[in-house]
Every structure is written in C-alpha cells, then in structure tokens.
Write a protein that binds this ligand. Structure first.
Ligand code: 1HE
Length: 260
C-alpha cells in the first residue's frame, strides 16, 4: 500500500510496519527542505494502523546530511528558522506516535546522523560510517545534533568529530552506541523489519511510555524520576491488554524469555 509523501520519500507498508525510504540516491539522500518537511508531515500523522516504522535510505548511503546546494544567502534569522524547522521534523520522529527503527548504511553524516539520532533504534550495516563535516563546511549542526548526540556518545566525542573531522566506522559506532545492532552489508533492512515487528506486537501504551516517558525520566533527578516512573508503571499496568498478557503467561500460554 502507498501513502502520499514527498517525492524524495518512498513509503510502503508490510502489515503493521511502515517502510519509509529516503529516495534521493543520486544526491546521496541529502536532506533538502521538501524532504525534511515530508518527514515532518509523515511522522505528524503516520498512516492508520502503522505501529512501527523502519526508516532507511536508497542507494549506497543512508544520508549525506543537509543539502548544501540549498544553503544560499540566508540571513541569521532565516538560518534560525530553518534549523527550527528541522527540530520540529525530528521531534515528530522522536516524540511521535510510533517507534522508529533507522537502518544505516554507507554515509551517515551531518544532518543524516542527526536524523538517525532521532530514531528509537539504530541498526547499522558494516558499510556504515559516521561523521560531522559541519566544521569543515564552516557551519554548525542544526538538526538537534548538539542535544541528542552527546547523550549517546558524550560531548567530548562529538567535539572531536566536529573539530577534527573524525570518521567512525560501523564497528566503532556500534561500540559507542551509535547503533545497537550491527549487521552484514545487505542484511540491515531485514533486521530492522524483524525488530519493528517485535515492537509492533507490544501493547501500544508500553511503546508510548518508552518513547515519551523514558527519555524524560532519564533527564530528571532521582526523586522526581522515581515518582514519574511509578506514575507510568501504574498507568501501564492498568491497561486491559496488560492484564490479558499477564494472565496468559500465568496460564503458560505466553512467550517466555529465552537465552540465545
Ligand atoms: C550532495 C550532498 C549534500 C552529495 N548536499 N549535494 N554534508 C556533507 O558535507 C557531506 C557531503 N557529501 C559527501 O561527503 C559525499 O557526497 C558522500 C560521502 C556522502 C558520498 O560520496 P560519493 O562519492 O558516493 O558521492 P558524490 O560523488 O560525492 O556525490 C554524488 C552527488 O550527490 C553529487 O552531485 P552531482 O550532481 O555532481 O552528481 C554531490 O554533489 C551530491 N551530494 N552530498 C548536496 N550534502 C541542519 S544542519 C545539518 C548540517 C549538515 O548536514 S552539514 C553536512 C553536509
């Protein structure tokens, strides 16, 4: 099934899973305004019935970041507003309606890395590499990178990437937490879909809590954090579907945790 998206985005559906592809391979999926606006509009209202989205890229690279041909003659104020537009789009991904699994391969650079960091899970293929070429271009991150990336790899590593142009490989990115799954080249999308299917099978309230409450709790002090956790725990366990699932475990009808 197709949904209406920007020309540079391609959407298809596999039951409850939405596959959204950056579709500007000739420009290495560089993010021009219509693409970022298309991401914003898609995640503001994902198609009915979609319970998890896999975000991936066409061609040899996930995303080459900001479309540098669009930088042009922006004033400082216009630059601020442009960055705010990216913030809005990426916030719709991080704090939207459905969990998002990003599948990364080839270049994951600049705004492409910022985009990846707004997803909830990142699966990397062995071909992936990560960089922040902004400093080399004489600009700064503007898609939330200075907020999200230090929370993943630390401000000191982000500073190194920006100041020296350091490029991390897929293996290094996995060790640093840029990805949480590392797959052979060509295997990332299948892994991303398999993870999305597991996510889609969760009770929606739990997914909502993981997306919206967990990152906020993680920013709180201990006392406020623990209280917020209790509130969310109380709400989640009162869901009828949670009761059904607990009963089914106790009656030995449910999936059991197994080691590999
Ligand atoms: C682009 C872009 C782009 C490629 N904007 N057109 N991002 C960067 O600084 C990364 C710039 N790109 C690269 O370093 C390389 O292109 C890649 C490592 C991603 C891929 O290399 P390669 O050899 O496969 O492709 P290519 O030959 O460099 O590029 C193919 C075409 O894509 C070419 O256009 P063509 O018309 O000559 O065929 C490139 O010009 C075009 N292309 N990347 C525009 N980024 C909110 S703030 C965020 C700030 C940032 O993201 S700054 C980082 C920008």
């Amino acid at each position: 099934m197709q949904a209406r998206t920007a020309a540079s985005l391609h959407f298809e559906r596999q039951d409850a899973i939405g596959l959204l592809r950056l579709d500007r391979a000739a420009k290495r999926n560089a993010l021009n305004d219509p693409t970022v606006e298309g991401l914003r509009d898609f995640f503001a209202a994902p198609p009915e019935g979609v319970r998890a989205v896999v975000l991936h890229g066409a061609g040899d690279h996930f995303c080459a970041g900001l479309d540098l041909s669009e930088l042009g003659e922006r004033s400082a104020a216009e630059g601020v507003l442009h960055s705010r537009m990216w913030h809005e789009a990426f916030a719709r991904i991080q704090f939207g309606a459905v969990p998002v699994v990003a599948v990364l391969h080839g270049a994951v650079v600049g705004g492409g890395l910022e985009l990846a960091c707004s997803a909830h899970l990142r699966v990397a293929e062995a071909s992936a590499f990560y960089a922040l070429p902004e400093a080399q271009r004489g600009i700064f991150v503007g898609g939330g990178g200075s907020v999200r990336l230090p929370r993943i790899i630390g401000a000191h590593r982000m500073a190194d990437m920006m100041l020296t142009g350091r490029v991390y490989s897929a293996e290094e990115g996995q060790a640093l937490g840029l990805s949480t799954y590392l797959e052979r080249t060509g295997q990332g999308l299948a892994k991303g879909i398999a993870l999305a299917q597991r996510i889609a099978a969760n009770v929606p309230m739990t997914n909502f809590a993981v997306m919206h409450a967990l990152p906020r709790i993680a920013e709180l002090g201990q006392d406020a954090g623990l209280f917020m956790e209790s509130l969310i725990a109380g709400i989640a366990q009162s869901e009828p579907e949670a009761k059904v699932r607990m009963t089914s475990f106790l009656e030995k009808r449910a999936w059991k945790v197994k080691k590999h």
